[in-house]
Design a protein around this ligand. Sequence first.
Ligand code: F6R
Length: 604
Amino acid sequence: MCGIFGYIGTEKAAPFLLEGLRTLEYRGYDSAGIFVHGHGVIKAAGPISSLEAKLPKDIQGTAGIAHTRWATHGAPSEKNAHPHHDMSGRIWLVHNGIIENYRELKEGLAVQGITFYSETDTEVLVKLIGSFYKGDLLEATRLALRAVRGTYGLAVVSEHEPNKIIVARMGSPIVLGLGKEGNFIASDPSALLVHTKRVVYLDDGEIASVSKDSFEVTTIRGEKKTKKSEIVEWEHEAVQKNGFAHFMLKEMFEAPEVVLNTLRGRLNVEEGTAKLGGLEMVEERIKHIQRLHIIGCGSAYYAGEVGRYMLEEYAHIPVEVELGSEYRYKKTYPDKKAAALFVSQSGETADTRASVEKAKSMQMLTLGMVNVVGSAIAREVDAGIYNHAGPEVAVASTKAYISQLTAFALMALYLGRQRGMSKAEGLDIVKALQSLPETMRAVLKKNDEIAKVAKKYAQYRDFMYIGRTFHSPIAYEGALKLKEVSYIHAEAYAGGELKHGPIAMLDKDFPVLAIVPQNDVYEKMISNIEEVRARLAPVVALATEGDLQISAVADDVIYMPKVHPLLQPIVAVLPLQLFAYHVGVAKGLNVDRPRNLAKSVTVE
Ligand code: F6R
């Protein structure tokens, strides 16, 4: 949510800043701006391309900061775009997060005669820094941040001290990139890959002074910190479209590889179990866990819901799934026999992070299922599993979701074998997992067919998704994808719930997408489809290959391969992602950057 990029070195800064912003654009695309020492500031409302169109070709400076915005306070206009400046006009700040006490701070500054030109909390912060400035930007920033309540990832520069950029972190990510041609800063390591893989992650409460060949980290209280650099495993290629029309399409087409990478080195084919290295250090504690809470937001929450079915069925462990935005405020009780598992692609989602704190205070074992290595949640939990899905650029999550479900299947196998699953059953699951990448490849071959069906339904205003048991959360996820990338009103219900209310909405203009694999609730789903047809609603069925009955009750059928029941939801979600994508494309929408959204929700 908002992207920050900065560079200080020996090369011209402007091209680097622009390129950094382009990579970070998925974090927000309401407005953008850059500041380069020796040149000044340029801002534009709208996407990065609007900023690019305004940039002169000959910006010479070798240090600067840049920002792409997802609006929180104030409309997405040029006036509200970052960087913002202090009263002297010599200090410039870019900020990701929310300053909660900005009104109070603003009043205090107004008393000193300080005036404001925008509606943003960020302007208040830079004016506060300016009010403390006596020739030392690091110290002024520290003093200001001590007065602030809220979240920030920020970068600030002073025209009086062109040889440094000050960055700080509280709740919103900041990573330093140590390169040959200078040092970089970014909200996300993906933006650094083209320059360097050597990075330093700032922790909450830390502030760094970055120059072209060194950096120094302290806390906002001034204590020195020793930080080690780490090497990012991702390749620069992973953040390119590589010939695909959209990142979303590319990321769905990566599904076979993503599954393979999530499984890599984690299957024990002799013992019929999973080897989850990240959980080994807490293995004894996990063995004695009696309850599991799974916490996430959005798609990660729906992944947790599928995980619940998997773990309850195969590992016999009672599971509760909670939204991060609710769990953090919910009444909970100390429980040493419970573990809390936090699911997050970015590892930075504010509500999920706050829930980690909550579970810790309840003495629970905290576990993470995170994609971005080194992210906040990954570092804050006791132990966990990395997804290894690679960077996800499209705002709507697809490949990370598939990886989350795959990791849940691994967990079901691992915990199941600890809790009484027979070796024969374990071996069956291992075998099914081994062929999962191939199965995903088979699903992708249906892309054109799915596109045709999607085109037929692109003009509807409403959609209903239904599924049962393992596929009920898949219905929710399918509907979420459609909402995000096509703006079609889509609802989801467990199939059995339709007749308890929502069926009232159905008519010939309200199609239903039914997920109806051949499993133990197949007949029940067929009955639901009949009920829907009786109200004249068109039906699209996602059914198992070889199902001869389904075409008699559905208007259109998308077939998927039959796999082990544990893995069926993983296979089912990919056609739904493709369907949503093609509907969005048929409507001529920007599927990679849907309106009003941003990836990595670091505000609460
Ligand atoms: C939906 C989507 C979001 C995220 C949610 C959590 O396509 O991407 O719903 O799943 O914002 O994000 P993470 O997983 O980064 O915590």
